[in-house]
Design a protein around this ligand. Structure first.
Ligand SMILES: [Zn+2]
Length: 716
C-alpha cells in the first residue's frame, strides 16, 4: 500500500521547509529528494549484483569454513574501501551456549556427500559437489566406505500410525513432510539412520511455487540438531520432487536400497559476525550514536536472493557512502553508519549480548533480507515497519523514500510522473534480524526491506540469474537514504522526519476513522454501531500515543543546541495530531448515530462488549487482568526455548492456534514487548488487540503461565 497523495503534498511542503539548509563543515547534509538524487550518482545496482554473486559462491552454513571465507571476503572489501574498525567477531556455538533464549546449533562443516540407488537399479541420485543443497544441514559422516540402507516411505510423517505398520530402525525414511519432524520422530525416537525429503515450504500456487510446478527444485532443509547429536550418525538428503517420486514408484513394486556416503562434521565451533563503521562527524569516543545496516550472511549456496543480495547491497552501500564522503560529494553525517553481516537472528542476538550498551546508541536500523528479486521470482518489495510497541519516525521516513524511488518513472508531459515500482508497506512481521533488534529489551527502531513471496525461496533455484540490478539499486537508494537521514541527526533532518510523522499520523487516523464510518454506515443494528464507535475510540487512544511517541523520538535525535526549535515544532504538531484524533472520533460518532442513547441504555453487544464482559467475568479473571509481570530474559523469545520447557502438548496447542490465526505469534511477540514490569495484563491485552484484532485476556493468561513455568517471567 503506497503512501497516499496527501502525504506527497505534505512532502512538497517539507522540501521548502528544509531547503534553508544546514551547513556541517564544508558540505551540507542532505535529506529528501535531494538526497535520493545525489545517492543515485553514488550507488550502483550492478556492483551490488557483483558482490552478491561472489557471496553466492559460498555454502554459508554457520560455523563452516565456507561461511568464514564469505565473511573474510566482505572484511577485505570493506577494508579496501576505507571502512573503519572492520572486524570479524567470533561467538561460540556448541549447541549448548545460549544467547538470550536463542541456542544456535553446533557448527557444521559439510565436506562431501553422494547418494546413489543400488537396488533394484544402480544409478547416482545426487552429489554435494554439484548440488550442495542436497545435503540436509546437520547431517553427519557415514563410515568412509558409505552405508547401504533400505528406504521406507513414511508419507508426510505427521501421523503416528505410519510407524505402527512400518519399522524404520536402521533405515532411511522417505517423506514428503518436513525433514525436521522426520528427524525427531523417525531418527531420534525410532532409530532411523536418516531422512530423504522433497518437502517444499510455503507452497503457493498463485506464483507457481509448488512441488508440481517446480519438480526439479531441491529445497533447503535442516535437522534440529543439538549438542547431543555431536558424534552420532544421522544423515539426510533433500531430493527434488521428481527424484522422490521415482523412489516412491520403485517402492510400490518392492524393496529399494540406496548407498549414502557422507563426510560432514557437527562440532563445537564458532559463528562469525562481520562489522565495520563509517565514523560520524562527532568522531570517536563520543556517545552520539550510530545508524545500522544489517544483513544475514548465513544460508546455503547459492542463496542469491536469500541473502547474498542483502549482503551484496549492504557492501555496495558501504562502498558508495564511504567513497562519496571521502571524495567530498556527500557530507560526513554527524552519527556513524555501522554495517553488520550476521548468522541470521543468532548472530544479532549474540552481538547484542556481548555489547550491552550498544543498542541504546543505535538511532535507526535497516535490515536487508532478500532485496534483489527479478521479475520472474513473482515477488514484491516490502517495507516492514517496527511493531506498535516501538513507535519511530523511521517507518514514515522509509515509506517516504520508497515513494520517492517509485515515483521516478517516465515524465510524459509537464509534471506528470508515473510509478514504475510496485511495492507494499505491510504491518510488522518477524522472521529476520529486525525482529531481534526491535524487541523491547533493545528498542532499536529497525525497518525491514525485503521481498515476499519468492517463487524460488530456499531452493537451489535461488540463483544469481534471479538478481536484478535495478531492484538492488531501488532498495539500495531507500536504505542508504534512511541511513543518511538518521545519521545527519540535525535540525533539518528532524524537521523533515517530523513532517513525515505528522502527515503519516493524520493519514493513519483518517483511514482508521474511514473504515469505522464505513462499517457503521453499513451496519443495520444501532447497538452494533455503538460497538464500532467504541472500538475505534479504544484503538485511537493507542494509535495517538504511538504517534506522539514517534514525534518525541525525533526530538531526541537532535543535539542539545538545536533541540529547542525542534521541540517547539514537535509540541505544535502533537496538538495537531490530538485534534485530528478528536475530529476522527466525532466523525465516527456521527456515523454511529445513536451512540450516546444506546450506550446509556447499556446495549453493548458484539466483540467489544464481549471482551469487556470477559475482562471482568470472574474474580480470577479480574485478578489476572490486574497482574503485572517482569521479563527475566532479553531479546525476543525463541519459541523453541519455550516449547522445550512446557512440553510437546503445549507446543501442538500453540501451533494449532497459529494455524487458526496467522497473527497469533505476532500477538505473543507484542505481548512480550509490552511486558515492562509496569503494565497490567489487562492493559497489555488491550494494547495488543488495538494492533491486531482478536487477542483475548485468556490467550495472554495461558501464555504468561507458560512463561512463568519456563522461568522467563516473574509476577510482581
Ligand atoms: Zn533470509
Amino acid at each position: 500500500m503506497p503512501v497516499g497523495g496527501r502525504l506527497r503534498a505534505a512532502l512538497a511542503r517539507s522540501a521548502e521547509l528544509v531547503s534553508p539548509g544546514h551547513e556541517t563543515g564544508s558540505k551540507r547534509a542532505m535529506v529528501g529528494s535531494e538526497l535520493v538524487r545525489s545517492l543515485r550518482r553514488e550507488l550502483s545496482g550492478k556492483r551490488a549484483l557483483v558482490y552478491a554473486s561472489e557471496i553466492a559462491r559460498f555454502h554459508r552454513a554457520k560455523g563452516s569454513s565456507d561461511y568464514l571465507r564469505a565473511a573474510q571476503y566482505i572484511r577485505e572489501k570493506l577494508m579496501s574501501w576505507g571502512i573503519d574498525r572492520v572486524t570479524i567477531e567470533r561467538y561460540p556455538i556448541d549447541g549448548k551456549k545460549t544467547y538470550g533464549t536463542w541456542t544456535p546449533p553446533p557448527a557444521w562443516e559439510p565436506v562431501r556427500a553422494t547418494l546413489s540407488l543400488v537396488y533394484p537399479e544402480e544409478r547416482p541420485i545426487c552429489d554435494f559437489e554439484t548440488e550442495p543443497m542436497c545435503l540436509i544441514f546437520g547431517s553427519t559422516s557415514t563410515p568412509p566406505e558409505g552405508v547401504v540402507l533400505d528406504v521406507v516411505d513414511i508419507g508426510d510423517g505427521e501421523s503416528e500410525d505410519v510407524y505402527v505398520t512400518r519399522s524404520v530402525a536402521r533405515k532411511l525414511v522417505l517423506t514428503s513432510g518436513a525433514a525436521r519432524s522426520a528427524f525427531l520422530n523417525a531418527v531420534r525416537r525410532r532409530g532411523a539412520v536418516g531422512v530423504l525429503s522433497d518437502h517444499m515450504v510455503h507452497e503457493d500456487s498463485s506464483i507457481g511455487r509448488t512441488r508440481y510446478d517446480l519438480p526439479d527444485a531441491v529445497n533447503y532443509a535442516s535437522f534440529p540438531v543439538t549438542h547431543e547429536d555431536i558424534g552420532r550418525m544421522a544423515l539426510g538428503f533433500s531430493l527434488s520432487h521428481r527424484q522422490a517420486e521415482e523412489l516412491r514408484s520403485l517402492l510400490k513394486s518392492g524393496p529399494v536400497r540406496v548407498k549414502a556416503s557422507v563426510e560432514a562434521r557437527l562440532f563445537p565451533g564458532e559463528m562469525h559476525v562481520v562489522t565495520g563503521l563509517i565514523p560520524g562527524e562527532a568522531g570517536e569516543g563520543t556517545d552520539d550514536g550510530e545508524v545500522l545496516i544489517i544483513a544475514h550472511l548465513c544460508h546455503p549456496k547459492p542463496g542469491a536472493n536469500d541473502n547474498a543480495s542483502g549482503c551484496g547491497l549492504a557492501m555496495e552501500i558501504a562502498r558508495a557512502l564511504s567513497q562519496g564522503i571521502a571524495e567530498g560529494r556527500l557530507a560526513r553525517p554527524r552519527l556513524g553508519v555501522r554495517f553488520m553481516f550476521v548468522p541470521e537472528m543468532f548472530g544479532t542476538m549474540a552481538y547484542l549480548d556481548r555489547h550491552p550498551g550498544w543498542a541504546r546508541k543505535v538511532k535507526a536500523g535497516v535490515n536487508l533480507d532478500m532485496v534483489g528479486e527479478s521479475r520472474d521470482t513473482m515477488s514484491c518489495a516490502n517495507l516492514v515497519p517496527t511493531p506498535w510497541s516501538l513507535p519511530s519516525a523511521v517507518n514514515d521516513v522509509a515509506a517516504f523514500y520508497m515513494e520517492m524511488v517509485a515515483l521516478r518513472g517516465k515524465m510524459y508531459e509537464g509534471s506528470q510522473v508515473t510509478r514504475d515500482w510496485h511495492y507494499n508497506v505491510t504491518g510488522f512481521t518477524a522472521g529476520s534480524d529486525h525482529y531481534i533488534l526491535v524487541d523491547s529489551s533493545f528498542k532499536v527502531p529497525c525497518v525491514y526491506l525485503g521481498h515476499w513471496p519468492d517463487r524460488y525461496y530456499h531452493s537451489n533455484m535461488d540463483t544469481v540469474e534471479r538478481l536484478d540490478p535495478e531492484e538492488l539499486l531501488r532498495i539500495g537508494l531507500v536504505a542508504s537514504s534512511i541511513a543518511l537521514t538518521f545519521a545527519a541527526a540535525d535540525a533539518a533532518a528532524a524537521q523533515f522526519a517530523l513532517n513525515l510523522v505528522d502527515a503519516g499520523a493524520r493519514d493513519r487516523i483518517a483511514s482508521a476513522a474511514r473504515a469505522s464510518c464505513e462499517a457503521a454506515a453499513m451496519c443495520r443494528e444501532p447497538a452494533r454501531r455503538v460497538d464500532i464507535a467504541k472500538a475505534l475510540e479504544q484503538r485511537l487512544e493507542v494509535m495517538v500515543d504511538r504517534e506522539l511517541a514517534a514525534v518525541d523520538g525525533v526530538v531526541k535525535l537532535v543535539p542539545a543546541g538545536d533541540a529547542s526549535r525542534v521541540r517547539e515544532m514537535a509540541r505544535t504538531l502533537k496538538s495537531g495530531i490530538r485534534a485530528t484524533a478528536r475530529a476522527a472520533r466525532a466523525k465516527v460518532e456521527l456515523f454511529a448515530g445513536a451512540f450516546r442513547e444506546a450506550s446509556e441504555e447499556g446495549k453493548l453487544t458484539g466483540w467489544q462488549s464481549g471482551r469487556r464482559e470477559q475482562l471482568a467475568r470472574t474474580d480470577d479473571d479480574e485478578a489476572a487482568s490486574g497482574a503485572v509481570y517482569v521479563r527475566l530474559f532479553k531479546g525476543p523469545l525463541d519459541p523453541a526455548y519455550l516449547y522445550d520447557r512446557v512440553g510437546e502438548k503445549r507446543r501442538k496447542q500453540y501451533e494449532e492456534r497459529q494455524r487458526e490465526d496467522p497473527d497469533f505469534q505476532l500477538k505473543l511477540i507484542e505481548a512480550v514487548n509490552y511486558m515492562d514490569g509496569k503494565r497490567t495484563l489487562g492493559r497489555i491485552a488491550a494494547l495488543v488487540s488495538a494492533e491486531f484484532a482478536g487477542f483475548t485476556l485468556d490467550d495472554l493468561k495461558g501464555f504468561v503461565d507458560d512463561l512463568e513455568r519456563a522461568g522467563l517471567v516473574r509476577r510482581k
